[in-house]
Ligand binder design. Structure first.
Ligand code: PAF
Length: 281
């Protein structure tokens, strides 16, 4: 695996690959890698000849009070994990490399960025769109792979690619979970031992909501039951059931439904979702 820190060196390397007729996949990450990230590499390998993974903790997607400064950092383990998994290139740029002065990019995010996580993290998706656009400009991948845990992010990136008329195939993989159901996340490292024991209740609440909905409980009741279940020490940000394709209210024609939620457990923000097909549509 080649480790590259500058845009010029990366583009030179990718030009050689393209000259040999090879296709390129991009897996953008912020490091602190876990099995979920490594499965993104597997997915990327199934789509393209050359897999570029990036590690860049993007400052523009963190609000001043958020965890930018203490975001988990495990560079040696990350390098080993990516190499063992068969990534071809690790791109490790500095902030100056990604955001030189006067660099501009069109990364408008639509209304979808104001919902759900966008309400409590108002600048977050704009920062994500900015850095992802920048990586797309630099790498010009044939395919880019993202995780479905960040479902709203995934929809925003798909819309961005459509709006920017890029010829990039956006692939995704389902949520990778611990044995007890907790969705894998770099931020799980922040949980104390007692919080970690309680954390699976979060996914349990989503699964119970799905069961209740499928046994014809009315939607409002499904949601209020789940909110009751996620009492202290969980601090609820949102718990919603929406049309999975539009992230708006479920209508009679919504075929796919998402149960999506964000909570705080102690100081740690957790997100999770379940997407399923309605049987009666
Ligand atoms: O999902 C993430 O890890 C980040 O939001 C991403 C897509 C790498 C952009 O910084």
């Amino acid at each position: 695996m080649r480790i590259i820190e500058t845009i010029d060196a990366l583009q030179e390397c990718l030009k050689q690959c393209r000259d040999q007729g090879k296709t390129i996949a991009l897996v953008p990450t912020m490091g602190g890698l876990h099995q979920g990230h490594l499965q993104l590499i597997d997915e990327a390998k199934s789509h393209a000849d050359v897999v570029v993974a990036s590690i860049f903790v993007n400052p523009t997607q963190f609000a001043p009070h958020e965890d930018l400064d203490k975001y988990p950092h495990s560079p040696e383990a990350d390098k080993k994990g990516l190499m063992d998994r068969g990534a071809d290139v690790l791109f490790l740029p500095s902030v100056e490399e990604i955001y030189p002065e006067n660099q501009t990019s069109d990364y408008e995010v639509g209304e979808i960025a104001e919902l759900l996580c966008g309400k409590s993290r108002p600048i977050h998706f704009k920062g994500v769109a900015q850095v992802v656009s920048r990586f797309f400009d630099i790498v010009e991948p044939d395919v880019a792979v993202f995780g479905e845990k960040d479902y709203q992010q995934l929809q925003i990136i798909k819309q961005l690619v459509g709006r920017q008329k890029r010829k990039i195939n956006i692939a995704s993989i389902g949520i990778v979970r611990e044995n007890d159901g907790l969705a894998m996340s770099t931020r799980n490292k922040y949980l104390s031992a007692s919080e970690r024991m309680l954390a699976p209740n979060f996914n349990q609440a989503l699964r119970q909501a799905k069961l209740n909905y499928e046994s014809d409980m009315v939607l409002d009741q499904v949601i209020s039951r789940a909110k009751e279940y996620l009492g202290k020490p969980f601090e609820l940000d949102y718990f919603e059931m929406l049309d999975a394709n539009t992230l708006t209210k479920i209508t009679t024609s919504s075929a796919d439904v998402i149960i999506v939620s964000a909570v705080k457990l102690g100081a740690t923000r957790l997100i999770d979702n379940i997407v399923f097909r309605r049987s009666n549509v």
